[in-house]
Design a protein around this ligand. Structure first.
Ligand SMILES: NC(=O)C1=CN([C@@H]2O[C@H](COP(=O)(O)OP(=O)(O)OC[C@H]3O[C@@H](n4cnc5c(N)ncnc54)[C@H](OP(=O)(O)O)[C@@H]3O)[C@@H](O)[C@H]2O)C=CC1
Ligand SMILES: CC(=O)N[C@@H](CCC(=O)OP(=O)(O)O)C(=O)O
Length: 338
């Protein structure tokens, strides 16, 4: 008998990916999967790729349905997690993929989100210094946003090592359309997306305060770009070096020192650049960097699957830690290709 896990919002993209991963997990049993408008539907009628769930229907999203689990995973729209989590017993562990509990600063919350600030939980990125132990010791964990995961993994070690300046960071990141969720939206119609790259929320993306909080960046320009592909994020992060002596080797060494012992974050061999296709279906993050001396900027590129390390797989990684399981259980660092 494995640990009992329930997923709220399992009819969505991220929740569906959690179901797919947990179906193969050696130490976890799924005790409930809930939905909102699609409550009552069978799982494969919503997720045709999840045939092993043919006997399961989505339950309504209520505290009563979820309270029987050892751990609850919330993959709900922003603003829906806090009230639900507050009605779950203290002894039920919770990982929230929504943004409700990511930000400590109430003012930053109010600048980017609607509704009351619910307060911050332990931030769910185990590769950040100190976070692995904190997550393992927490009953409430706020998983990261997808762009935030790609950007933080590329940037945090360089600011922490004193190599990159925190006051002049520029990020341009492209995301597949599943990052926007499953609900039909006009700008996500195939006719609008196919054959086009389009920036959106320019200078106003909600992941800016999250990235600042996790990396110590003080000035951050962030431009997200919608890309005509179902999944994947490629983030290009640039920052000024702290001194003229910063070299490509020093940048790569700092990244290697941060990630050499990590199972899912890979600093690629010199000259090999990340591509989203190599991370799909995995919990991996691929990173490469150079010092562009001509422009006096460090350039770091990172690739993840927004539904993998950017969502469902990182949630499973956190759940493993919280349940005292091997951190890599049920997860792969290998992608699906081509
Ligand atoms: N997609 C991604 O790459 C990432 C998403 N996230 C975050 O994860 C969360 C889920 O995202 P995603 O799966 O993409 O979203 P989807 O829109 O695909 O799924 C949303 C889920 O929430 C349910 N839901 C919708 N409205 C309500 C409501 N009012 N009350 C309760 N449940 C509701 C839906 O149920 P039903 O279908 O039955 O209506 C569905 O199960 C969001 O907070 C998102 O920001 C974070 C990182 C990455
Ligand atoms: C393509 C696309 O629209 N992506 C979403 C990111 C979703 C996500 O990771 O995260 P949150 O949980 O913080 O919303 C966006 O840019 O708002």
């Amino acid at each position: 008998m494995g640990h009992r896990v329930a997923i709220a919002g399992a009819s969505g993209y991220a929740g569906g990916e959690v179901l797919r991963l947990l179906a193969e997990h050696p130490d976890i049993d799924i005790v409930a999967a809930t939905a909102h408008s699609q409550a009552g539907a069978s799982v494969p009628s919503v997720h045709p790729h999840l045939r092993s769930f043919s006997a399961m229907t989505f339950a309504p999203t209520t505290p009563e349905v979820l309270a029987d689990a050892d751990l609850v995973i919330l993959t709900l729209p922003h603003g829906q997690s806090a009230a639900l989590a507050a009605r779950l017993p203290e002894n039920v562990k919770v990982v929230d993929l929504g943004a409700d509990h990511r930000l400590a600063d109430a003012e930053a919350w109010a600048s980017y989100y609607d509704g009351p600030h619910a307060g911050a939980w332990t931030y769910g990125l185990p590769e950040l210094p100190g976070q692995r132990g904190a997550i393992a010791g927490s009953t409430r964990v706020a998983a990261t946003g997808c762009y935030a995961a790609a950007t933080i993994l590329a940037l945090a070690p360089l600011i922490a090592a004193g190599i990159a300046r925190p006051d002049d960071v520029v990020v341009v990141a492209a995301s597949g359309t599943s990052g926007a969720g499953k609900a039909a939206k006009p700008h996500l119609m195939a006719t609008e997306v196919a054959g086009s790259l389009s920036p959106y929320k320019v200078g106003a993306h909600q992941h800016v305060p999250e990235i600042k909080q996790a990396t110590g960046a003080t000035s951050l320009s962030f431009t997200p770009v919608l890309a005509p592909m179902p999944r994947g994020i490629l983030a290009t992060v640039t920052a000024r070096p702290t001194s003229a002596s910063v070299s490509t080797e020093a940048v790569r060494d700092a990244l290697a020192a941060a990630y050499d012992a990590e199972a899912f974050v890979h600093v690629l061999p010199e000259g090999e650049w990340p591509k989203t296709a190599a991370t799909l279906g995995s919990n991996a993050c691929h990173i490469q960097a150079v010092m562009d001396s001509d422009a006096d900027r460090i350039i770091v590129t990172s690739a993840i699957d927004n539904l993998g390390k950017g969502a469902a797989a990182q949630v499973v990684q956190c759940a493993n830690l919280m349940l005292g399981l091997p951190e890599t259980a049920g997860l792969s660092t290998n992608g699906v290709a081509p």
